[in-house]
Write a protein that binds this ligand. Sequence first.
Ligand SMILES: [Zn+2]
Ligand SMILES: [Zn+2]
Length: 113
Amino acid sequence: MNGLMNLRKRIIAISLFCAIFLTVQLTEATAAVMSNDIQETTAEHNWVEYSTDIKEFEVGTHEITYWKNFMRYTRTCTISHVIRTVVYYCDIHDITKSETFLEDIVHSEKHSH
Ligand SMILES: [Zn+2]
Ligand SMILES: [Zn+2]
């Protein structure tokens, strides 16, 4: 009789364990389906301009020559790119992206090209 009770307890314990295990698996499966749903809606972004940053980068130099009082002079001109970086934020997916634009090309020396 005692042995039978023990067996019953054991079966209950095993089935409980199975039930928990199944529940966890089901929850994981549901979570996977839900994250798939989110990935399918990534086309629908709500990009909002978050910040704008303008920086100047030196990209190179070149020699310029000019005449003054019948003398030929050379000077070094520094070329810089003005780059605007815009950061966008999507509150639906809590992600950011950035885009860069070449705003201007600046020569440090005034000269004709
Ligand atoms: Zn988004
Ligand atoms: Zn120049």
